[in-house]
Write a protein that binds this ligand. Structure first.
Ligand code: 13P
Ligand code: SF4
Length: 312
């Protein structure tokens, strides 16, 4: 049955001139039929370069929306419209407008995990892999409003040394659940392992103390694609992984002889897991569900998104 679905997907993909992009948290079967698998930044770049008529986005809604803003002439499809993001929901347009009123001269930097409307009210967009570089490119005397992820924000503030950053108190429900105690427990269990930690994790403050103040070399804070690049360097490593568990499939593929231990078995994003092979096939057959952004929002949101893609 699965084989049949896969061969239908491959056939339709060719016939309809489609590129399939999949995020690192997608289920293994979906990752395996994709043309590209990557993090938010890499997938935005792939969308921008795509020559195909249709982009089928296996990820969550804000990712498909970003692709549609970058490629307004293409048809961007998502196999399930319910694939949202709790972090993106934690900063609404009106909340951002109110925040901006309180700091009228500030530069607004928002994570790519936001709606198109929030991006349209932002000066810069960032992903976990370029947030530090983007913030470093903003003149030092400028106040920055950074949202919605407070853990990523505190990481960026620490690495850049900026004191004039105000953080929005938003979080991703999956990553916020990773606590310092989980890291400590794993440290005692896996004595030789290196710790690869996503900056959205709730443990990021204590991990920064370990990495920067105590100089512990075994903890590295990385985006999902940064984790892939890190394990590619050492083909027989041991790693504790602190991010959504979908990434384990790709990590094992790029480094089959390494050992990977998820920091918790519970780190699963229910939104990412809504995308299945059956839904991908349905999406291709019926060319649904199209994600489109209104022109007036797109014309504003494209500016911070272009900056994000350029400062890679
Ligand atoms: P990355 O850009 O690191 O892949 O992160 C996306 C995301 O949604 C993390 O939860
Ligand atoms: Fe959003 Fe968290 Fe899921 Fe990433 S893991 S898509 S931030 S809810």
């Amino acid at each position: 049955m699965e084989k049949e679905i896969i061969s239908k997907i491959k056939k339709l993909k060719k016939e309809k001139d489609v590129v399939i992009l999949a995020h690192n948290y997608q289920i293994p079967e979906v990752q395996d039929i994709a043309d590209f698998v990557g993090d938010s930044l890499g997938l935005s770049q792939k969308a921008k370069e795509a020559g195909e008529r249709i982009i089928l986005f296996c990820g969550v809604h804000f990712m498909a929306e970003t692709a549609s803003i970058l490629c307004p002439d293409k048809k961007v499809l998502i196999p399930d419209l319910q694939a949202g993001c709790s972090l993106s929901d934690s900063l609404a347009l009106l909340q951002l407008k109110e925040w901006k009123k309180r700091y009228p001269d500030a530069v607004v930097v928002t994570y790519v995990n936001t709606s198109a409307e929030v991006k349209a009210e932002s000066d810069y967009c960032v992903t976990s892999s370029n947030a530090v570089r983007v913030v470093n490119s903003i003149p030092e005397d400028k106040m920055i409003l950074f949202g919605p992820d407070m853990f990523l924000g505190s990481y960026v503030s620490r690495v850049t040394g900026r004191k004039n950053i105000r953080l929005w108190a938003g979080e991703c429900h999956v990553h916020a659940a990773v606590k310092a105690e989980d890291i400590e427990r794993a440290r005692k269990k896996h004595l030789k392992a290196r710790f690869l930690i996503h900056p959205e994790c709730g443990c990021v403050t204590s991990c920064m103390i370990d990495a920067f103040d105590k100089g512990e070399k075994d903890s590295i804070i990385l985006s999902t694609e940064g984790m892939i690049r890190e394990v590619e360097k050492n083909k027989e490593g041991e790693y504790v992984i602190a991010t959504e568990k979908g990434i384990l499939h790709r990590l094992k593929k790029v480094s089959p002889s390494s050992k990977f231990y998820p920091v918790s078995d519970e780190l699963e994003c229910k939104y990412m897991k809504l995308i299945t092979l059956e839904k991908v096939l349905f999406s291709l057959e019926n060319e649904v569900y199209e994600v489109k952004v209104k022109k007036e929002i797109r014309d504003k949101a494209i500016i911070p998104i272009q900056r994000m893609v350029e400062i890679a």
